[in-house]
Design a protein. Structure first.
Length: 329
């Protein structure tokens, strides 16, 4: 697969694998052996960039905790030097309808040790602050990141759901390699950050690049199993399917033109837009993991990307999940 460079020197495959769904967010966790097997198969297919987080956890049928980082660590241990592993700190828990964030230096220190252990590695290639903690200054977080780099525990760092002011302040203390923000054909708000990313030479790792699966055209239901976060996502309501009909038709038309799938077009559109965008679609299924990887081979001209943008601007679209709010302490 083609590679691209995030920040100054972090080489990753043009598409990464989002591993969250194996343990978190989409109902019951996948059986651990199967998850390990599928992540390993993704490596064999050509993926070299894997995304996880400290907070991605579920409960196994025997009641034990299913740590996503452990699964990733197990799958990739013997090929560790050939892959880029990204993980995240800074979300302590999901509470009520919000996230409890904690990026105090002491918590980061504890988190990094836990992640290294679960990932069964001596360093993390890309360590993200998962959400901004309003009670900790960006300079404080960046200083800890510089210390962790000096100690060899991490090699690069990033910020998830970063805004311009925070990114600039953090980057002034310790070079930021990538932001990991929500970005898809249905959620383009962060295009406003493009000039800043270019000025500072920071990559954009796009999470939920398929709008949590809606843009694949493969999901038609509004009710999902217990614990599946899609039950509360506005793009999966019955009315939303109606409202997004034209959008899906547009996507299918472009897909037909490229002899591709809507999922592949959703990914190819962003890869062809900017050389520093790297989507990390998540899937638990090998056929889909393979389907998504092939998007890296689809070429679109600048004009075609612009035409798609214009069509997306004009087409009716439902609301799309915008993330769980950070609760004030
Ligand atoms: N930084 C953050 O705050 C944050 C937040 C959310 C996610 N993430 C990261 O981003 C990754 C991806 O995000 P996401 O899971 O939210 O959304 P996504 O990648 O937009 O969508 C994932 C959903 O699409 C389905 N899917 C994927 N490829 C498909 C295909 N080719 N055909 C049909 N269905 C397909 C998956 O189902 P199956 O699994 O059933 O195939 C899953 O339900 C996560 O794994 C995680 O690593 C980060």
């Amino acid at each position: 697969m083609d590679t691209r460079t995030l920040g100054n020197d972090l080489e990753v495959t043009a598409i990464g694998l989002g591993c969250m769904g194996f343990s978190h967010g989409y109902g019951k966790p996948t059986d651990v052996d199967e998850a390990v097997k599928n992540i390993r198969a993704a490596f064999e297919m050509g993926y070299r960039f894997f995304d996880t987080a400290e907070i991605y956890q579920g409960t196994n049928p025997d009641g034990s905790i299913n740590y996503n980082e452990s699964i990733v660590g197990q799958a990739l241990h013997d090929v560790r030097d050939q892959v880029v592993i990204a993980t995240k700190f800074g979300i302590a828990a999901h509470e009520g309808n919000g996230l409890k964030v904690d990026s105090s230096p002491e918590t980061i220190r504890r988190s990094v040790e836990g992640s290294l252990k679960r990932l069964n590695t001596d360093h993390i290639d890309l360590y993200y602050q998962h959400r901004i903690d309003p009670s900790v200054e960006p300079e404080t977080v960046a200083k800890v990141m510089q210390e962790l780099i000096n100690e060899g525990k991490i090699t690069h760092w990033g910020i998830s759901e970063a805004n311009e002011d925070y990114l600039r302040r953090a980057n002034a203390v310790c070079k930021v390699t990538a932001v990991q923000n929500r970005y898809s054909m249905m959620y383009r708000d962060y295009e406003k950050l493009f000039p800043v990313l270019e000025e500072l030479n920071v990559g954009l790792v796009a999470f939920s690049p398929l709008a949590n699966g809606l843009l694949t055209g493969q999901i038609h239901q509004s009710k999902f199993s217990e614990g599946d976060l899609r039950n509360k996502m506005p793009q999966f309501s019955e009315q939303a399917y109606q409202k997004n009909r034209e959008l899906m038709e547009l996507l299918t038309k472009i897909a037909d033109r490229h002899a591709a799938t809507p999922a592949q077009i959703s990914l190819a559109w962003m890869i062809n837009k900017k050389p520093y965008i790297v989507p990390i679609p998540g899937s638990r299924h090998l056929n889909r993991i393979k389907d998504n990887l092939a998007a890296a081979d689809i070429k679109m001209s600048k004009e075609e990307v612009q035409q798609i943008d214009a069509a997306l601007d004009a087409v009716p679209m439902s609301d799309v999940f915008g993330g769980t709010k950070v609760e004030k302490k």
